[in-house]
Design a protein around this ligand. Sequence first.
Ligand code: ATP
Ligand code: NAG
Length: 312
Amino acid sequence: MTENAFDVVVVGSCMTDLVSQAPRLPKAGETIHGHKFFIGFGGKGANQCIQAAKLGAKTAMVCKVGKDFFGESYIQNFKDNGVHTEFVGQASDAATGAASIIVNDAGENAIVIVAGANMLLGSADLQDALPAVRHAKVLVCQLEISPEASLQALRMARQNNVRTVFNPAPALPDLDQGFYAVSDVFCCNESEAELLTGTQVGAVEDACRAAKEFLRRGCGSVIVTLGALGCVVLQAKDPAWHHVPAPTVKAVDTTGAGDSFIGALTFYMARYPTMPLEEMARRANQVAAASVQAVGTQMSYPVLKDLPAELF
Ligand SMILES: Nc1ncnc2c1ncn2[C@@H]1O[C@H](COP(=O)(O)OP(=O)(O)OP(=O)(O)O)[C@@H](O)[C@H]1O
Ligand SMILES: *[C@@H]1O[C@H](CO)[C@@H](O)[C@H](O)[C@H]1NC(C)=O
């Protein structure tokens, strides 16, 4: 089953989003009535995998869910999107990761995340997935599973000459310095760049300065995403830096835009390995800009046929 090489292998998280909309956020001990409830598929790893799959990449997800209703439905969600699920484990001693989200009428939210089964993805699971990792074109990790597991997965990829993308999200103030040296592409947003460098990142020049610092720490290349401003791209082998603007669009919901960008980036790295990184970033901006024009996270991610032919 795993002999055929995957374009993109994601080692990361799955979360079920339980979203309630209410006039306001409840106080301690209070029960209030909301007006809408929905369940969504989330988790940074899964989001990135789904976006790559929606563009046509052959993908496999390496993750852990619970032996529960949400775990079963997440596996079905992967299958519905064509993601290979042989390496989706089910823990009997932890629940599927969940985010309970309350959104008030002003658009503010209060969120409780329980990582659950995501934290049980460990060394033995990664060893089991080695046949898939070894033949992948690109491997991508984030920080919603244990950092040790992410680092091990990136090292496994490196040992097998698989291109690596690391998204240090959510950012850890004391990130293991070993992550930089194993990242072919280190891709983060402004707040993560700020936390990891300890300097303010508010615009293109700041993002460039942060990116240079990440190159100095050992990454092959760096992309810092800047929301509506697009991103900056720097490479160790190229003294020039590039600001790659995003198209101007009417944003209705930017949730998961960063994951759409990374999913698209991994698709281009796998399918067009010789394309300049700034061109991949230009195209990934267009994919992510399409995602902000629809509501929801994975639901808002564009599929191949929704996008201009020039992107493929
Ligand atoms: N308003 C926007 N207009 C056009 N493109 C956008 C907009 N917001 C985001 N994007 C696209 O999405 C990419 C990622 O956005 P951003 O830098 O906000 O990531 P993020 O903070 O990780 O996202 P989020 O946390 O909302 O998922 C940008 O580089 C850009 O390509
Ligand atoms: C960056 O991503 C994190 C999630 O890792 C998110 O909480 C934060 O709001 C994002 N920052 C910006 C500036 O979009």
